[in-house]
Design a protein around this ligand. Structure first.
Ligand code: EPU
Length: 776
C-alpha cells in the first residue's frame, strides 16, 4: 500500500509496510479513532464496525452520532488518554487533532501504524469501485443524492457522507453486496490526494480553506492530482469556470450544467418554494423531466451531476427521476426546523460567502415577507481571508445578526471577530446588521425582532443551529399562547425587561403578553398551569429588579383594555390593575374627593401597589382599599372586602399566589383647594428628597430602628457605586442607574450596603424591591 503524502506526520515510515486496504477490508483488528465525534470520523467508525473491527474512539465531546455508534459497539472515551492506544493495532486520527494529542503521541511512540482519516477511507474505497464527490460546496448533498440514487437503482452502494442523512439512515454504510463505494472527498486539508477512485464528480472549485492553502492555484493542484488519479470518468460542472478549466481537456470527461455545451444539460427550471422542476437533455436529446424536492438552483446543478453519473453507471433516467423525486435533504441543508403560516425557521450549514448567497436566495424565493439571518462565522482564518466577500453576501437578508467566530481548531487571530463581518456588511451598505458576541443571546435578539411572515435562517458550520432550535422550541409555545389569548393580546418573544422597569435593567421575558381582558388573563393562567409554564405578572416595573438573564416562562403585563379602566362611584374609585396609582389620586381630585393625595407619590400601577401594600407620606395602600377583585391560581375570579384581607407593612400575602384585577378605594368629599395643597406637598416632598434619575424607588424596607435612607446616609455610602449603579446622592435608599447599569451591578451594590449595615450597626436590611429572574 503506497501512501505518498507529505503531510502524514511522524508515523509515515511505519505505515509503508502495511497493506492498509487488506488490513481494513479483509482482516479484523482492534482500531482506535482519535476525534471520533467529528462528522467525518463518526462515518469512518461506522464503516469499521460494519467491517467487523473492534473499534474504540476518543473525543472531548459526545454527539448523537457517538451515542448511536456506542449502541453499535463503539467503545467511547470522553477524554483522550495515552493508554487508549495500547490495545489498538491501528490508530486513525482526524485533521482536527493536534500533534500533541496524548493518544496520538502514545500510538506513535509505541511504533503502531498511525494514519489520517482520509488515508483509512481511501484504503477502504480501494476494495470497491470508488466514486469521489468533490468540490467546495454541495458535496454532502450530492454524495447523499448519489448514494440514494444508486441504492434505489439497486446497485447496493457503500457510502460515506459528511453529515447525518435521514433518507440514507446513517452517514456511512458498508454493503458487501455492491461494487461501488461513494464518498464525499474533503478538500480542506489536502487529503483529496489520498484517493484513487474509478470515477469522480467535481462540483466547483474556488478560494476556500485559506488556513491550509496559500491560494487558488494550491487548491487546484490538489484537484488536478485527484483527477490524475481517477481511472474512469470525470463528471464536472461546466458552469464553474475553475472546474471546467481543470477538467474539460481530460479524456473521459463528462460535463453537466446549464450551459449549451454541457453533455448533460438542465433547462426550463421552474423553482418552487422547496424544490424545482427541470428538463434534462443529453447532447441535445431530451431525456425527460425531473422533480427535485430540495430547494435552490444550486441543487439542480448537484442533481444534474448525479443524473450524469447514474446514467453512465447504467441506471435508467426514469428510475433516476423517480429516486430524485423522493430525495430529502441532508441535515443542516436548508433544513426546516419550524413551519407555520406565520413563521418559517430554516437551518443551513452555509459558511462560505457563495453558499450564503445561494441559501439566502433560496430563502428569498420562498416568498416570505422578510428574511432574518443569524450567522456564526466559521474559523478566524476564513473570516479574515474572505471578509470582503462576506460583506456582500447578505444582500438578500433584511436583517443579519452576527455572533462570535466558531474557531473549529484554530487559535484566535487578533482583530478578527464577528464584528469584522458586521463592519464589512455596513461598509457594503447593508440595511440592518448587528453583532451579538454571546451565542446564547442570538436567538433572543432575532426572536424579539420577529414579525408575522418572517423567515429566520441560521447560517454556519459551527453550533449556531442550536440557537435556531431554541427559537423554534419557544415559537411552538408562543404560537400556543397566541391561540389561547386570540385577538385579545399579542405574544412577544424575549421582550427586554429593561424597557419595562423604571430602573431600566433586566434581561428578556421568554414570553411577554399584554392581555386586554380578564378573560384572556384567566385563560393564560389556566394554560400555564396545565403546561407547567412559569407565570409572572408584571405591572409598571417600578419596584422590581429583574436579573440580567431575564425571566423564564410567561410574563403577563395587564395593561390597556379592562386593566386601564377607572371609575368614580360616589366616594368610591375603582381602578384596573394596570392603572397608574398616581392617576387614582388625580381622578379623585377631579371628583372633589380627598384622602388619596399620597398616591401621587407612588410610581407604580395599582396591581403592584396592592401586591406590596405600597406607601408614601405615612400612608399605605390598604388604608384606602374597600375591596379587591383577583384571579386565583386556577383562573377563577373572586371579590374580597378589606376586612377579609390580611395585610402587613409592604406585604400582602394573598397576591403572592393570586393575581390582582382591580381595586376599589374609598375617598372623602374634600375641598379642591385642600386636595391641591396635599398634592403639592407630596410633589414637593418627592422633588426635594428623591432623585429624578432612573431608579426602582426605595430599595430597602425601613427597619424599626431607623429609616433605611437615613442609615445608608449615616454610613457614608451615598454616591458609592458598582459599575453604573450608584447610591443616589439625594436619598440614601435609592440606587440609580447612571446609564447601562446591569442587574448584577445593582445587586452587588445592595450586598455591599447590607454588609456595611450589618457590620457597622448590626442592622439586617431587607429589600423592599422585588428581585426576580435568572442571572445572566
Ligand atoms: N433621610 C436621610 N438621608 C437620606 C434619606 C432620608 O437622613 O439620604 C432621612 C429623612 O430626612 C427622613 C427619614 O430619613 O427623616 C425618612 O426619609 P423619607 O422621609 O424620605 O422617607 P422614607 O422612609 O425614606 C418613604 C417611602 C417612600 C416614599 C416616601 C415619601 C419606604 C421604604 N419608603 O421613604 O416610598 O416615597 O416615604 O412618603 O417606606 C418606595 O416605597 O419605593 C418609596 C420611594
Amino acid at each position: 500500500m503506497k501512501l505518498a503524502s507529505k503531510e502524514r506526520g511522524a508515523a509515515a515510515d511505519r505505515v509503508e509496510s502495511l497493506d492498509l486496504q487488506r488490513f481494513l477490508t479483509q482482516e479484523r483488528h482492534p482500531i482506535h479513532l482519535v476525534g471520533v465525534a467529528g462528522s467525518g470520523m463518526s462515518g469512518l467508525a461506522a464503516l469499521l464496525i460494519e467491517l467487523g473491527h473492534t473499534v474504540s474512539g476518543s473525543d472531548k465531546v459526545t454527539t448523537m452520532e457517538t451515542d448511536r455508534l456506542q449502541r453499535l459497539g463503539l467503545r467511547f472515551h470522553e477524554q483522550h488518554r495515552p493508554e487508549q492506544a495500547d490495545a489498538a493495532e491501528l490508530v486513525v486520527f482526524s485533521s482536527a487533532i493536534k500533534n500533541d494529542n496524548p493518544v496520538l503521541v502514545s500510538g506513535r511512540d509505541s511504533g503502531k501504524p498511525v494514519v489520517r482519516r482520509a488515508e483509512a477511507l481511501a484504503a477502504i474505497m480501494r476494495a470497491k469501485r470508488g466514486i469521489v464527490i468533490a468540490g467546495m460546496h454541495g458535496k454532502t448533498t450530492t454524495s447523499a443524492m448519489t448514494g440514494h440514487v444508486l441504492r434505489e437503482g439497486e446497485l447496493h452502494p457503500s457510502y460515506y457522507v459528511g453529515a447525518e442523512i435521514p433518507i440514507l439512515g446513517t452517514n456511512a454504510h458498508w454493503d458487501a453486496r455492491g461494487e461501488y463505494f461513494v464518498a464525499e472527498g474533503d478538500e480542506s486539508d489536502g487529503t483529496l490526494r489520498c484517493f484513487h477512485p474509478e470515477h469522480c464528480l467535481i462540483l466547483n472549485i474556488e478560494e476556500e480553506h485559506l488556513d491550509f492553502y496559500s491560494d487558488l492555484s494550491a487548491i487546484e493542484k490538489v484537484f488536478a492530482q485527484l483527477i490524475e488519479q481517477t481511472s474512469g470518468k470525470i463528471f464536472y460542472n461546466i458552469d464553474d469556470a475553475n472546474t471546467a478549466r481543470l477538467c474539460a481537456t481530460r479524456k473521459d470527461a463528462i460535463s453537466f450544467g446549464f450551459s449549451d455545451k454541457a453533455d448533460y444539460r438542465g433547462a426550463d427550471v421552474k423553482s418552487r418554494a422547496f424544490g424545482s422542476d427541470f428538463c434534462v437533455y443529453f447532447r441535445g436529446r431530451k431525456l425527460g423531466e425531473a422533480v427535485l424536492n430540495v430547494p435552490g438552483p444550486h441543487n439542480v446543478h448537484n442533481a444534474l451531476g448525479v443524473i450524469a453519473l447514474a446514467i453512465e453507471l447504467g441506471i435508467s433516467f426514469e428510475k433516476i427521476a423517480a429516486s430524485l423525486r423522493k430525495f430529502e435533504h441532508a441535515r443542516r441543508r436548508f433544513e426546516i426546523k419550524y413551519e407555520s403560516e406565520r413563521f418559517l425557521l430554516v437551518d443551513d450549514y452555509a459558511h462560505h460567502p457563495t453558499e450564503i448567497r445561494a441559501t439566502l436566495k433560496t430563502a428569498r424565493a420562498t416568498g416570505r415577507k422578510r428574511v432574518l439571518a443569524m450567522f456564526q462565522p466559521h474559523r478566524y482564518s476564513r473570516t479574515k481571508a474572505l471578509r470582503g466577500e462576506f460583506g456582500g453576501a447578505f444582500d438578500d437578508a433584511d436583517r443579519v445578526v452576527v455572533t462570535e467566530v466558531y474557531p473549529a481548531s484554530e487559535a484566535p487571530i487578533p482583530g478578527i471577530s464577528g464584528q469584522t463581518i458586521v463592519d464589512e456588511l455596513l461598509k457594503h451598505g447593508h440595511r440592518s446588521a448587528s453583532y451579538q458576541a454571546r451565542l446564547e443571546h442570538v436567538h433572543c435578539h432575532i426572536g424579539n425582532a420577529l414579525d408575522i411572515g418572517d423567515l429566520v435562517l441560521s447560517l454556519g458550520a459551527g453550533n449556531i443551529h442550536e440557537q435556531l432550535s431554541a427559537l423554534a422550541a419557544d415559537l411552538v409555545i408562543a404560537e400556543k399562547l397566541k391561540a389561547v389569548v386570540g385577538k385579545e393580546a399579542d405574544v412577544c418573544l424575549y421582550e427586554p425587561l429593561s424597557k419595562h422597569t423604571t430602573l431600566r435593567v433586566g434581561g428578556p421575558a421568554q414570553f411577554w403578553i399584554e392581555p386586554q381582558t380578564e378573560k384572556a388573563f384567566a385563560e393564560l393562567i389556566r394554560f400555564c398551569r396545565a403546561e407547567n409554564l412559569p407565570f409572572f405578572v408584571m405591572g409598571r416595573g417600578s419596584n422590581l429588579l429583574v436579573r440580567d438573564g431575564g425571566i423564564r416562562g410567561v410574563v403577563v403585563h395587564p395593561f390597556g383594555g379592562d386593566f386601564d379602566k377607572i371609575e368614580v362611584n360616589g366616594c368610591e374609585i375603582s381602578a384596573g390593575a394596570g392603572v397608574k396609582v398616581r392617576e387614582v389620586a388625580y381622578a379623585a381630585r377631579a371628583a372633589n374627593l380627598g384622602g388619596l393625595e399620597w398616591m401621587e407619590g407612588i410610581p407604580g400601577a395599582v396591581g403592584g401597589a396592592l401586591r406590596m401594600n405600597a406607601g408614601a407620606m405615612g400612608s399605605q395602600t390598604f388604608e384606602n382599599v374597600v375591596r379587591i377583585r383577583y384571579l386565583d391560581s386556577q383562573g377563577n375570579a373572586h371579590v374580597k372586602d378589606r376586612n377579609e384581607l390580611e395585610v402587613f407593612y409592604r406585604r400582602f400575602p394573598l397576591l403572592e399566589n393570586n393575581f390582582a384585577i382591580s381595586a376599589t378605594f374609598r375617598a372623602e368629599p374634600t375641598e379642591r383647594a385642600t386636595i391641591d395643597n396635599r398634592l403639592r406637598e407630596s410633589q414637593e416632598k418627592r422633588r426635594t428628597t428623591q432623585p429624578i434619575a432612573k431608579s426602582a424607588g426605595c430599595i430597602f424596607k425601613n427597619p424599626n430602628s431607623i429609616p433605611a435612607g437615613k442609615l445608608v446616609d449615616e454610613l457614608g455610602l451615598k454616591n458609592s457605586r458598582v459599575g453604573n449603579a450608584r447610591v443616589s446622592e439625594v436619598h440614601g435608599n435609592f440606587i440609580v442607574n447612571d446609564g447601562g447599569a446591569t442587574a448584577a451591578e445593582v445587586l452587588e451594590l445592595i450586598e455591599k450596603i447590607k454588609a456595611t449595615a450589618r457590620s457597622k450597626r448590626g442592622i439586617e436590611l431587607e429589600t423592599e424591591v422585588e428581585i426576580v429572574g435568572d442571572p445572566a
